[in-house]
Design a protein around this ligand. Structure first.
Ligand SMILES: C[S@@+](CC[C@H](N)C(=O)[O-])C[C@H]1O[C@@H](n2cnc3c(N)ncnc32)[C@H](O)[C@@H]1O
Length: 318
């Protein structure tokens, strides 16, 4: 695979998988992990005790919610990208009684609508406008947020799943989506002891395995791939040079599969990468944000320095 590969998000699922299996290494875009079943399995990861990222991010949002609320002011709109079950955002909503509107944006439509309903029930004064969209593609929010102050929210280190140059392009696109004078709050996982990372992503047979192996069920149900999950194992390695976790499934024996009318060999022990999770330092993420035209107002970490949340301004680097 080269960094100049086409944007995998431009294909429909079956075509995207066919393209992925012709790359070396084979790599399926991680957004395909979130069908309705995958979205539910992801909640199992968030709840699992070994997964430090969700715990650490919640701690930061709890500690700094009031400061973030003051930066936005009253009467604003909070736009969450990849909102999932809209769980973490509650720490912000609790700290923002003056907020007018919550706009969750999510690719998994069933989960989006269910989460929006739950938020409406618990925050009756808030306007909730769910948008089912793929955030790697262009869409428009101006009709929804009008000229209210906007805070974009991109938690869960979802940005870390993108290749660094794609993250920069994504961050640049967010200027147009969130609008002039917007703020952007981004959750970013930090570089740390490799053993902690390997443990968090490799809990044998645990929630991450279930989540990643579910891609095989999705391929079976959406285009009859006929693959059996007992023919695969899951492993996440840390690529020190690229500073990223590479989570992959590995065939246990030589297999083949037909996708979009093409036959592909899946040799034993050759990885099919499902997720990259790039790890940053406070400085390397601030530099990426600055290259994309965002200024850093503040960057916070949890007590153990495992995770970071960055408050950025559209007005650009100082
Ligand atoms: C890592 S989870 C984070 C969920 C939640 N925001 C949290 O922090 O717990 C990523 C979320 O982004 C969604 N997602 C992934 N790729 C997406 C895309 N291209 N467009 C829209 N949503 C996407 C997934 O369905 C999932 O809910």
């Amino acid at each position: 695979m080269t960094d100049a590969e086409p944007n995998l998000a431009d294909f429909a699922f079956e075509d995207s998988v066919a393209h992925s299996l012709s790359l070396r290494p084979r790599r399926i875009a991680s957004k395909w992990l979130y069908d309705d079943v995958g979205a539910g399995l992801f909640e199992g990861i968030v709840a699992s005790p070994g997964y430090y990222a969700a715990r650490a991010e919640l701690e930061i949002l709890q500690a700094h919610g009031p400061e973030i609320a003051r930066a936005l002011g009253r009467g604003g709109s909070l736009v969450e990208l990849g909102s999932g079950a809209s769980t973490k955002v509650r720490r912000l909503l609790d700290a923002m009684p003056g907020l007018t509107r919550y706009v969750p944006v999510e690719i998994s439509e069933a989960q989006l609508l269910e989460a929006a309903e739950a938020i409406r029930g618990d925050y009756p004064d808030l306007e909730v406008t769910p948008i089912a969209a793929d955030f790697t593609k262009d869409f428009d929010l101006s009709d929804v947020v009008g000229d209210s102050p906007v805070l974009g929210f991109f938690p869960g280190s979802t940005l870390c799943n993108l290749l660094p140059e794609n993250s920069e392009t994504f961050m640049r696109r967010m200027h147009a989506l969130l609008g002039a004078d917007s703020l952007f709050l981004v959750g970013v996982d930090l570089q740390k002891d490799e053993a902690i990372l390997r443990r968090a992503y490799n809990e044998p047979g645990g929630a991450i395995w279930d989540f990643n192996l579910n891609i095989l069920e999705r391929m079976n149900s959406e285009f009859g791939a006929g693959l059996d999950r007992s023919d695969f194992r899951h492993e996440a390695i840390y690529n020190t040079e690229a500073q990223r976790i590479e989570a992959a499934i590995y065939p246990l024996r030589d297999l083949s599969v037909t996708v979009a009318g093409q036959s592909f060999d899946l040799p034993a022990d050759e990885p099919i990468v499902l997720e990259y999770s790039h790890k940053y330092t406070l400085e390397s993420f601030a530099a990426l944000a600055a290259r994309a035209g965002w200024g850093t107002l503040n960057a916070w970490t949890d007590r153990e320095n495992l995770f970071s949340v960055h408050l950025l301004t559209n007005r650009g680097p100082a």
